[in-house]
Design a protein around this ligand. Structure first.
Ligand code: ASP
Ligand code: ASP
Length: 350
């Protein structure tokens, strides 16, 4: 089954999509997708996050690295956890943070996305953190902002959620060590609608993971999934056999059109992770989930709250990883043209 939403909107993303993330010196300017970035950049994110994870574990959690910078959280789609961790990350770096919930803001009064952007740019901000229900929205914004502004994709449609993928890589590295080549990682569930799975698969492959598996019913897999470099399974037990890491995904009911599943009960019977089924994985396998979890649909409470679960660690590490991406993108030596503030053309009277 081909679902349109699984394909990023080419018109929005354009062919230079993967290049616009880097500046002239090869440093990370925007973070829109894990696809196309080298292992040096991904490893640099993980190493930088490591130093921030230590800060987050201390009683004084604030450092002055981004003092004087303004970060705008532009959320066109609801989120609590992701927005909160981006906000905390920015505050721990001493940046000023503005949260704008666009669904209740100007675009609903007919203002175009570009008008909205230009108005916010006129307030002289340094970074947009964007969440949007359309695949390609973050690329579109990155292609249209003033050159001095960095854009971080906090989830666009079914396309990408790169900071989630990197906090997952961080969680794996902390628990299983830095050699991804030794690892078997199984991603279970609604791959079709999951921006998290796509970003994870690109990152896992770039980090040379030994065996990346996806496990799902046919109706919840994109047709061309093998071309992403994964091994495909339809049976949960076979798929998680001897896995070091089991990543469960939420059933994205809000992104499903029509009947893709018989019922949640039936799904749970076939694909729900229970303690008994987890026995097929390695004894020391860890269980992950990007949240929010549907208890009794994709995962049993005993597993979600059990000793193998690192689900809450993922949330904590999310702050460190977002701090890393913010300092890497905003802390670069900027080129002359980036310093030119196009902002001024936006007009203050709109
Ligand atoms: N969807 C979850 C939330 O709304 C997590 C996320 O935003 O990524 O909190
Ligand atoms: N929080 C993740 C996302 O925003 C996963 C999910 O919502 O299921 O994509």
């Amino acid at each position: 089954m081909v679902n349109k939403a699984t394909k990023p909107t080419d018109a929005l993303i354009g062919h230079d999509a993967w290049n616009i993330q880097l500046d002239k010196n090869g440093n990370l300017k925007h973070f829109l997708t894990t696809e196309g970035l080298g292992s040096d950049i991904l490893t640099n994110i993980l190493d930088t996050a490591e130093s921030f994870a230590n800060i987050n574990e201390q009683s004084v959690k604030k450092v002055p690295l981004l003092r004087g910078k303004t970060i705008v959280n532009l959320f066109f789609e609801a989120s609590t956890r992701t927005r909160t961790t981006f906000e905390l990350a920015a505050k721990r770096l001493s940046a000023d943070v503005l949260n704008i919930n666009i669904s209740t803001s100007a675009t609903s009064k007919g203002e175009t996305l570009l008008d909205t952007l230009q108005n916010i740019q006129a307030m002289h901000c340094d970074m947009f953190v964007v969440r949007h229900s359309d695949s390609g929205a973050a690329h579109y914004i990155a292609n249209n902002v003033a050159p001095n502004i960095s854009v971080i994709n906090a989830g666009d449609g079914s396309h990408a959620h790169p900071t989630q993928a990197m906090l997952d890589m961080f969680t794996i590295r902390r628990n299983k060590g830095a050699d991804f080549g030794k690892l078997r990682v199984a991603i279970v569930g609604d791959i079709l609608h999951s921006r998290v799975a796509r970003s994870q698969i690109h990152a896992l492959n770039t980090l040379n993971t030994g065996d990346v598996r996806v496990i799902a019913p046919k109706t919840l897999l994109p047709v061309d999934i093998e071309s992403m470099g994964v091994n495909v399974f339809h049976d949960l037990q076979a798929g998680i056999k001897d896995a070091d890491v089991v990543i469960m995904l939420r059933l994205q009911k809000e992104r499903m059109k029509g009947a893709m599943l018989p019922s949640e009960q039936e799904y749970y019977q076939l694909y729900g992770l229970t303690e008994e089924r987890l026995l097929a994985a390695k004894n020391d396998a860890i269980v992950m989930h990007p949240g929010p979890i549907n208890r009794g649909v994709e995962i049993d409470s005993n597993v979600a709250d059990g000793s193998r679960s690192v689900i809450l660690n993922q949330v904590s590490y999310g702050i460190a990883v977002r701090m890393a991406v913010m300092t890497m993108t905003l802390g670069r030596e900027k080129s002359g043209d980036e310093d030119t503030q196009k902002n001024e053309t936006a007009g203050e009277s709109k």
